[in-house]
Structure formats: structure tokens, C-alpha cells
Design a protein around this ligand. Structure first.
Ligand SMILES: [Ca+2]
Length: 512
């Protein structure tokens, strides 16, 4: 039977083109992304001076717009940045892991349609200064994926440590570089990324971003400026100007520098007279890593570090400012996800998303602009590599496997019953309440899982290092394969009947 449904589905065209309800606006968009900055690191999130590193510029930015307290990301640099650029779960794009697999190209396939490409297609100038980490080879650099201009590094910051490691053999690992390039000319290595250079990377990122903004002061064309900083990722070595400045260790110094760099960019926007017409987003890509314990980020009230799927890893600070459009001093605890920016921006600027692939993000502009106080989503799926391991639905998190260790992502194992946490009552996710009457949560959990499984079946996945989609599979633990197959088959039948109902003008099927 499964084959029959596939053939029927292939013959029916499902259209998902974006219908525009209102004329598009084209503000400049400045997107600043911190690396591994924790939920509890900023003053506006309970950190700042409490953590020995005041963050006045970021606190001011938060106060000038809307601050999000339930912003969800993916669990590592690469998947999270992939999700930001594509609006899709990284598992669809083969970008689930931050660590490169020798022998295959890392990062986004050229086939993926990025936020930069979408904005470029509606007339934006696009620029990026900083860390990419979703492609380090020809055809996969930012300048291949929609950015007119780029200065920065394609891998992670940890590479600066490699040549300093005991026993390092340079013949076995190529040197890592800083790159510069344009869409026309391509990207080329311009300088080695050494441990010494590491401390001044964000100074250069800030300078480049400021120069870019200054050059656009009297330009009519809208621009998209993506600024993924290198801080506060390990080694979190601050600039010499900030070394020792807080008296609270290198992480606090790095946080102080980071706040200063954000301030430089905000000052440049003000000086260029671009405050009113620029939508500014600030977010962190994932929670803190523990590499330099105890000089590491703080997860606020939450449990779990980078790589885990607990809230400390996948919930980070996020704020949006758009002077004159977003009222100041707004705070929302509605669920928003890093996948939402792509469709939200597309809706805002009149961009179109291809209808030949699955999108996981939803349009959140009504929430951001205060037209509603409700999010367009009530759930987020969380993955460990290609395993769908946890589902957030409203205030609950349901885990389909047990996470064995606090800070890593090893040692997942099967469990007899799912684990359920109430993240509001128990933000540390310490008390499993499954057997206190919460097994009913399997129902909303399945209602979120099965459409996703259906979309994987329909659209396929890009394998890691691949160029395009192929048939692929996402592991869904806890449920039996027979049960998943039967549910999927039922969903396909329903989709066919809905489509037949539509195309037959209601003569066949009931459309339900
Ligand atoms: Ca990161």
C-alpha cells in the first residue's frame, strides 16, 4: 500500500507559496549572533554585574525593544546556524554536528536556500563578518550562499588551539585561516587563524561591521548585515584592552568585550541615522560550553550545557529592536525558535520560500510587532544528530530517550517510559513527572512528531556532505517501527483524501 500512496502523492502538487497580506516593508536587518553565550549571562537575563561582567549595552538594547525568555535554538553551533540560515531543522540539511567528518565537505549544500539569498532576491545588499561554521569548502562559503561580501572564518574558534596542542602534527591537519571574499570573486584565505590572533578577532569583526554601516548611511538600498561574533566561545580570550578588566577571569572579560562590540555597532547605526529603519536582532546560537571551567557561561535557571537538549543548552537570550515599530520594554515568554527568522523575514520583506521543501519555522512578525501576544508555534522538536530525542510542547518537555550525562551528548539510552518535565515548575528538568498523570502528553507529542516524520518521508533529507536531498530517515526512539509505519501510512492516506477532496470540488472525500 505504501507504494500506491507515494505514486498518488507524486502526482498531486502541494503548493506552499507565500501569500502576502500587506505590502512588504524592507527595513535594514542587522543580525548579531553570540557564540555559546548562556541564558544567564546578560544583565537583562539576571546576569551582568551579578556574574562579574556588567552588560550595559546589551541591557539597553533589550530595553529598547522586545526581549524573549523562551527562545529555542539547536544544540550546537553548526545545526543552530544552519537552522537560522534555512528556516529548517538541521537534520533536513545534513548539518547536525559541529565536528567535521574527515573526507566529506561540511555544511550546507548549495541546494539550500539561505536567508541571505532570500533577502538578496528582493533587493538587499548582504554582508557577513564573523563565524560561518556551515561550510568550509568551495561552493559552501558565505559568498556562495547569498552574501555579497564576507570577512571571517568558516570553522569554529577552537581550531586556534590545535597547533598549540601537545603532539600536534601539522602534516595531518591543514592550517586554519581567516577568509575574505565577495560573491563575484569568491572567498580566499588571507591570514592564519592563530591563538595570538584569536584575541583580536572580534575587534576586526566590529570594525568591519561599523565600516559597512557607515558606507550605507546615504544608500537607498536596504541591507542585511549578519554579525556572528567569535566570543564567548572557547578559548574565550579577550582583547588586550579587556584582559583583566573585570577582575573576574577571562570569561567575564570576554563578556565585557562582547557587550562593548555590540555597543559599537549600535553606535554606528545611530551615527549613520539608521536607527529608525533598521531591525536589530541579537541572539546566542546555543548554551555555554564547559571547556574552560570554571570560567564559563551561565545557564540561568536551566540545566544542561552545549550539546545537551536540556533548556540550558537550547534556550538562549534573544532580543529584537525596531525603533518606532516595536514598543520598548516588551518581554515575552512565548515559544519562539531560531527557525522562525527565515519565514518571518520573508513575510516582512515580500520574499518567497521555495515550495519544494519542508519549512519548520513559522512567521512570528505579528508577535514581534505586537499585533498579537501569542506565538505562532506551541512546540519545538529537538534532535541529537539524526535522532528526534525531545519535544517541547507548551510548558512541557517530553524525552524519548534518557540523557546519560549532564554536559555531553554521549550515553543516550532507551527508556521504558518517556520522561516528562514541566519546564516552568521545574526549569532544572530534575523531576520526571511521567507517572504523575502526564502520560497523556504522548498524544500532543505524537501530533507534533508524525507530521514531521511525514515531511521527511515526502521530501527526504540532505545527507551530511551531500549536494542534494535523498531518501533518508530520522530515528524516533521509544515508539515501535510498526506503530510509526502505520501512523505514517494513515497520514499519507489522509493527505491524499484531502487533496482529492480539493481537486474534485468536494465530490470525493470529506476534506478532513
Ligand atoms: Ca555555538
Amino acid at each position: 500500500m505504501a507504494k500506491v500512496f507515494s505514486i498518488l502523492l507524486a502526482g498531486l502538487s502541494f503548493s506552499a507559496s507565500v501569500a502576502l497580506a500587506q505590502p512588504a516593508e524592507k527595513p535594514n536587518i542587522v543580525f548579531m549572533l553570540a557564540d555559546n553565550l548562556g541564558y544567564g549571562d546578560l544583565g537583562s537575563y539576571g546576569g551582568g554585574a551579578v556574574r562579574g561582567a556588567p552588560t550595559p549595552r546589551l541591557d539597553a538594547l533589550a530595553a529598547e525593544g522586545m526581549r524573549f525568555t523562551n527562545f529555542n535554538v539547536e544544540a550546537e553551533c553548526t545545526p543552530s546556524r544552519s537552522a537560522l540560515m534555512t528556516g529548517r531543522y538541521a537534520v533536513r540539511s545534513g548539518t547536525t554536528r559541529a565536528m567535521p567528518v574527515p573526507g566529506i565537505p561540511q555544511g550546507l549544500a548549495p541546494w539550500e536556500y539561505t536567508m541571505a539569498e532570500m533577502l538578496k532576491d528582493v533587493g538587499y545588499d548582504t554582508a557577513m563578518f564573523g563565524k560561518w561554521h556551515i561550510g568550509a569548502s568551495e561552493g559552501r562559503f558565505p559568498t556562495d550562499q547569498g552574501f555579497d561580501t564576507w570577512w571571517g572564518f568558516p570553522n569554529s574558534t577552537g581550531v586556534a588551539l590545535f597547533p598549540e596542542a601537545i603532539g600536534f602534527e601539522s602534516g595531518l591537519m591543514p592550517k586554519f585561516h581567516l577568509y575574505e571574499g565577495t560573491a563575484q570573486g569568491g572567498a580566499t584565505p588571507v591570514e592564519e587563524y592563530t591563538l595570538k590572533r584569536r584575541s583580536t578577532i572580534d575587534e576586526t569583526i566590529g570594525q568591519r561591521a561599523v565600516e559597512y554601516i557607515e558606507a550605507r548611511a546615504n544608500n537607498d538600498k536596504p541591507f542585511f548585515l549578519y554579525v556572528p561574533f567569535s566570543l564567548v566561545h572557547h578559548p574565550s580570550i579577550p582583547h588586550p584592552d579587556f584582559d583583566g578588566k573585570t577582575g573576574n577571569g577571562p570569561y567575564a572579560d570576554a563578556t565585557a568585550e562582547h557587550d562593548h562590540r555590540v555597543g559599537q555597532i549600535m553606535d554606528a547605526l545611530a551615527a549613520a541615522g539608521l536607527e529608525e529603519n533598521t531591525l536589530v536582532v541579537y541572539a546566542s546560537d546555543n548554551g555555554p560550553d564547559r571547556a574552560e571551567f570554571p570560567y564559563i557561561g551561565d545557564t540561568g535557571p536551566f540545566r544542561g550545557y552545549l550539546g545537551s537538549l536540556h533548556e540550558g543548552s537550547v534556550r538562549t537570550p534573544m532580543m529584537v529592536r525596531w525603533s518606532g515599530k516595536i514598543a520598548p520594554q516588551q518581554v515575552t515568554n512565548e515559544i519562539v525558535s531560531i527557525h522562525d527568522f527565515m519565514p518571518s523575514f520573508a513575510k516582512l520583506v515580500g520574499g518567497e520560500l521555495p515550495d519544494d521543501r519542508a519549512y519548520d519555522g513559522v512567521d512570528q512578525m505579528p508577535l514581534i510587532l505586537g499585533e498579537t501576544d501569542k506565538s505562532a508555534r506551541e512546540s519545538v522538536l529537538f534532535f541529537h544528530d539524526t535522532t528526534l530525542l525531545s519535544v517541547k510542547w507548551k510548558q512541557f518537555k517530553v524525552y524519548l530517550q534518557q540523557e546519560g550525562v549532564e554536559h555531553g551528548n554521549a550515553n543516550y539510552h532507551d527508556i521504558w517510559a518517556p520522561l516528562v518535565y514541566n519546564t516552568m515548575v521545574d526549569p532544572k528538568e530534575a523531576n520526571d513527572i511521567t507517572h504523575d498523570g502526564y502520560l497523556w502528553l504522548l498524544s500532543p507529542t505524537m501530533r507534533k512528531i508524525m507530521p514531521f516524520a511525514y515531511s521527511v518521508d515526502k521530501y527526504g533529507l540532505v545527507p551530511p556532505g551531500g549536494d542534494k536531498r535523498e531518501e533518508g530517515q530520522v530515528n524516533i526512539p521509544f515508539f515501535s517501527q510498526t506503530m510509526l509505519d502505520r501512523s505514517l501510512s494513515e497520514l499519507k492516506k489522509q493527505a491524499v483524501m484531502r487533496k482529492l477532496h480539493e481537486v474534485s470540488g468536494g465530490l470525493i472525500g470529506d476534506g478532513s
